[in-house]
Design a protein around this ligand. Structure first.
Ligand SMILES: Cc1cc2nc3c(=O)[nH]c(=O)nc-3n(C[C@H](O)[C@H](O)[C@H](O)COP(=O)(O)O)c2cc1C
Length: 347
């Protein structure tokens, strides 16, 4: 049973299944990546890039809230801390058809700290709670929070429990926890994803102390077996970089995490299915590379992976016939994936 269902007022909100999700990643999990990822897994919950409340309220809404229906189930991640604005954006997220709206309390960049967005909010649990309450009051879709296990100066387990407790009281029952602290001064966002050590045991302890909450583990997960082990105690795993750099790892997600035994599409089938999507994008005035930059890792670990990556990352800029290059590449990869003669007839 879904951990939110028995006791919380969230019972009326249909919950997406979060056993496996792809983490929000700026510049990476845009609509093109999500369309591609959805060809690999039908069930994983996908997150948008973080969109600030200011961008939605004052900017081009169709750009920030638009998506292809095929991307579902899909969650919008918001960056912000003003409760009124968060409420407005949660209502807009619901209208736009998102399955969930998530608040970013994990991003450590200076740019966002200046606007009280992201991980610095871990030092302001009441502000996060107020924002979550405003979001819940404004919409009927689930409201979730993604956060770290702490920030420098506020990294004790008691402080983490205080944060989760206050945000839970405001009505949040799902927490995606990046299992390392963020260091708000002196480390770049990239370093903040690698340097502070991962502490999975803290996330497991959190689940033991808040068993009624849905706790998703994030940070450094690459191996599906290991993820399944975590899921013996936790409610979901959220995968970021591995799902981007080695996307075909998600081909096993539906079988392993959602008991769906429909055979996944092969890499070549995925390439072929991306072809009309890319053609449509070009017809609408788009640039092929904006789509294909997300698929560079499709053949990771297989013969021809380097050729594939090179064609799509450098040759693509030297041709005025990008679709012809794509078609040629599909032929090349088809040949390269065929077993060689010596492999067909083992000695
Ligand atoms: C390029 C990039 C952009 C990211 N942008 C966001 C973001 O917009 N919102 C967010 O909450 N986390 C963001 N993150 C952090 C990821 O969601 C995730 O927490 C982190 O990468 C750790 O998970 P992983 O080890 O599975 O990659 C970003 C990470 C990367 C690599």
């Amino acid at each position: 049973m879904h951990p939110n269902q028995p006791s919380s007022p969230a019972t009326t909100r249909p919950e997406p299944n979060r056993r496996f999700s792809v983490a929000p990643m700026m510049d990476w999990t845009d609509r093109h990546y999500r369309y591609f990822a959805r060809l690999i897994t039908r069930h994983a919950l996908l997150y948008t890039e973080m969109v600030t409340t200011g961008a939605i309220i004052h900017g081009d809404r169709s750009r920030f809230l638009g998506f292809n229906p095929e991307e579902h189930p899909l969650a919008l991640q918001l960056g912000g801390s003003n409760a009124d604005e968060l409420g407005q954006c949660a209502a807009l997220a619901e209208q736009a058809g998102f399955a969930e709206v998530n608040l970013n309390v994990g991003c450590p960049s200076d740019r966002v700290q200046n606007n009280l967005i992201g991980a610095c909010l871990m030092g302001h649990p009441q502000l996060v709670a107020d924002g979550v309450k405003a979001m819940r009051d404004a919409c009927q879709i689930p409201v979730t929070v993604k956060h770290r296990i702490g920030i420098n100066g506020r990294d004790s387990y008691a402080e983490l429990c205080d944060f989760v407790g206050q945000v839970h009281e405001a009505g949040c029952t799902t927490f995606a926890v990046h299992a390392r602290i963020a260091i708000l001064e002196g480390l770049s966002p990239k370093e903040n994803r690698d340097v502070p050590p991962l502490k999975y045991d803290v996330v497991h302890q959190l689940k033991r102390d808040f068993p009624q909450l849905e706790i998703l583990l994030n940070g450094g997960l690459t191996d599906l077996e290991v993820m399944q082990q975590h899921l013996q105690d936790l409610d979901g795993v959220m995968v970021g970089r591995e799902a981007y750099h080695n996307p075909y790892m998600m081909a096993e997600v539906d079988h392993r995490f959602y008991a769906d035994d429909t055979p996944p599409l092969s890499r070549l089938e995925i390439m072929a299915r991306m072809r009309p999507y890319i053609a449509r994008h070009i017809e609408q005035g788009g640039v092929m590379n904006h789509v294909t930059r997300h698929i560079l890792g499709l053949f990771q670990g297989l013969p021809g992976a380097r050729h594939f990556r090179r064609q799509l990352s450098s040759a693509i800029h030297k041709t005025d016939q990008p679709l012809a290059l794509y078609d040629q590449l599909l032929d090349d990869m088809t040949l390269r994936q065929q077993p060689r003669d010596c492999e067909r007839q083992p000695a």
